[in-house]
Design a protein around this ligand. Structure first.
Ligand SMILES: [Zn+2]
Length: 143
């Protein structure tokens, strides 16, 4: 029950608890256009102040498609994040959006510190695609 658990379960990758101790992290999101087969890679970083690296990469991709749900459905997405596991919130967001994990990308049951945040635009997109309220997203996918 709930979008957190649905997303967590849908993000199929092993649970691995490790942390290199560094706050910063980088992630790559590969977006393949299903019609053309063309892939673009978005490089996410905690430096860009959109929260965790996975969320930053997602932010960049969603911005590129105009935050549009119909456009979104024309892509297959894969996240590559090997420096540290995806925190429980990022893992759930990835799962909720049907994003696949590459080998070497793991998920963690932990929240991974205070730098996690869901930018307003990402929250709004989740609300539209999952057809849930903003309150649900705030209560389930934010710390
Ligand atoms: Zn995270």
């Amino acid at each position: 029950m709930g979008i957190f658990k649905d997303g967590w379960d849908a993000f199929v990758t092993p649970v691995r608890e490790f942390n290199d101790g560094d706050q910063s992290c980088e992630a790559e999101l590969q977006a393949t256009n299903n019609a053309t087969g063309h892939t673009i890679t978005y490089y996410g970083s905690t430096q860009n102040l959109h929260g965790h690296a996975e969320i930053d990469a997602l932010y960049q991709f969603l911005k590129s498609i105009g935050w549009n749900v119909a456009n979104f459905n024309g892509y297959t997405l894969t996240i590559h994040c090997t420096a540290k596991p995806c925190c429980k919130y990022c893992a759930s967001v990835m799962g909720n959006l049907g994003i696949f994990a590459t080998g070497g990308t793991f998920k963690s049951t932990k929240s991974m510190g205070i730098s996690y945040a869901l930018p307003y635009e990402v929250r709004n997109f989740l609300r539209n695609i999952l057809v849930v309220t903003n309150e649900t997203i705030l209560s389930e996918l934010s710390q």
